[in-house]
Ligand binder design. Structure first.
Ligand SMILES: *Cc1c(COP(=O)(O)O)cnc(C)c1O
Length: 435
């Protein structure tokens, strides 16, 4: 734990905090003694420090952890970002002509290539991408057809019906919760129908008597009825997940566009493994129209995000996807994790609370593939102090986040980068009881 004196908080923030503490004490009937006052102030300062955004070690096993900042960025993307961020850049400047240039042309072209689309563009997040698409394509005809099985809520209050309402579109629900057929869609199409929206069911799976309609059949129907088909993929996996980690196949943007969807939208910081963004890919004419929409200006990305995504896309195109942390985490074998676990345990030799090697199940998380868990390796602390240990490690430098299962405190090594092992060892040493 950091000593009070070396605390990295600005003096004014500290003074304001201590004043709040003192006035709270004054309101109490009986004034506590001096040491209690100092203790309380000290722990209020410590709590304040913990609210700062800071690097943490994710031992939860959830690869896309929404509360822990979703996808970590690759070192390569980080380096581009740092270089672009700390100086000027050719963001909207054409270096060949010396005149004003278009924004992110290189990134957009390579993204289109990666998604097998004619064109692509980027906005702040997937919710914004969806809002933009809905606003733009429901200007004259208002109706959007969605299956009742896809009217989902994704964490953080993102509900498809609310997004539709916010966009000004009218929702036309078809089918039932568990089954929707092409005929259901076909019968609902009328003179007011602008588009069909297919939404990837992100954070839950359905089993039993279920049926949904594939993109190809919907694309055929949309073409015949001269309406648009847009698919919200959410996670945006680029590499076949079944080959990476032996889990269920997550549809890729390229597959969706090849199946005939006009546009696909997905997040930049889920399985794609880049920075927070909403990526739209598909027909060139439609992407160009979206970029001319005045609302586009309100949701466009800044240069830092564009720089980070540019490098992430290039890593995929160069087949260097192992440099993308989420891809590397999925691909790591249980054998590799066990070897790391042994090294960490060796380094903790002599402590009173040395963990043992356990097993766990890593999750993709972030509203992706709810049904698939990847076998993983954990450090298990068999201690009646599990909850206390968890709290102490959360307060460490850096904070370490694990989970409790079967009375044990567990740290899943799949979501901890090998580069973090040294820091993890230090944090465990500081948090566990010394002999
Ligand atoms: C996560 C998700 C979104 C929201 O993406 P953000 O980038 O957080 O805005 C939208 N649709 C689906 C299907 C998702 O899984």
């Amino acid at each position: 734990m950091q000593a009070l004196g070396e605390c990295d908080l600005p003096r004014r923030a500290l003074v304001a905090l201590v004043r709040r503490e003192v006035s709270a004490l004054r309101a109490e009937k009986e004034l506590p003694d001096f040491f209690t006052i100092v203790d309380r102030s000290r722990s209020a300062i410590e709590d304040l420090r913990l609210t700062k955004i800071q690097r943490v070690i994710n031992g939860t096993g959830t690869i896309i952890h929404t509360n822990l900042g979703r996808a970590p960025l690759s070192q390569n993307a980080f380096e581009t970002l740092a270089a672009v961020a700390s100086g000027y850049s050719n963001l909207e400047f054409d270096l060949t002509t010396g005149e004003r240039g278009a924004r992110a042309t290189y990134l957009e072209q390579n993204l289109a290539l990666l998604c097998s689309g004619d064109a692509a563009t980027i906005v702040n997040n997937c919710a914004a991408a969806l809002l933009l698409v809905l606003r733009h394509f429901t200007k004259t005809k208002r109706e959007v057809i969605i299956s009742r099985g896809e009217l989902i809520q994704i964490g953080g209050g993102f509900r498809i019906p609310d997004i539709l309402e916010a966009s000004g579109a009218t929702l036309r629900e078809v089918g039932t919760t568990n089954r929707t057929t092409v005929d259901d869609y076909a019968q609902a199409i009328g003179p007011e129908t602008a588009m069909i929206l297919k939404v990837h069911r992100s954070n839950f799976s359905m089993r039993g008597f279920v049926g949904s309609t594939d993109t190809e059949s919907l694309a055929r129907l949309a073409r015949a009825k001269r309406i648009r088909l847009v698919e919200d993929l959410g996670s945006g996996a680029i590499i076949a997940t079944e080959k990476l980690a032996g889990i269920a196949h997550e549809p890729t943007p390229a597959e969706i566009l090849k199946s005939g969807a006009d546009l696909v939208v997905f997040s930049g910081d889920k399985l794609f493994g880049g920075a927070q963004a909403g990526i739209v890919a598909g027909k060139a004419r439609l992407v160009a129209a979206l970029k001319r929409e005045p609302f586009f200006r309100a949701v466009r990305c800044d240069k830092l995000i564009l720089a980070a995504l540019q490098t992430t896309v290039d890593l995929y195109l160069a087949r260097r996807e192992d440099a993308v942390p989420v891809v590397a985490m999925m691909r790591t074998t249980v054998g590799e994790l066990q070897a790391r676990a042994r090294n960490i345990i060796d380094a903790l030799h002599g402590l009173l609370e040395v963990p043992s090697i356990g097993s766990g199940k890593s999750q993709l998380g972030g509203g992706t593939l709810p049904g698939s868990a990847i076998p993983s390796v954990t450090l298990d602390f068999e201690s009646e102090r599990a909850a206390e240990l968890a709290a102490q490690l959360r307060r460490g430098v850096p904070p370490v986040i694990g989970y409790i299962a079967g009375g044990k405190y567990k740290l899943d090594l799949r979501t901890i980068s090998p580069a973090e092992d040294e820091q993890l060892i230090g944090a465990i040493r500081a948090a566990t009881r010394q002999p």
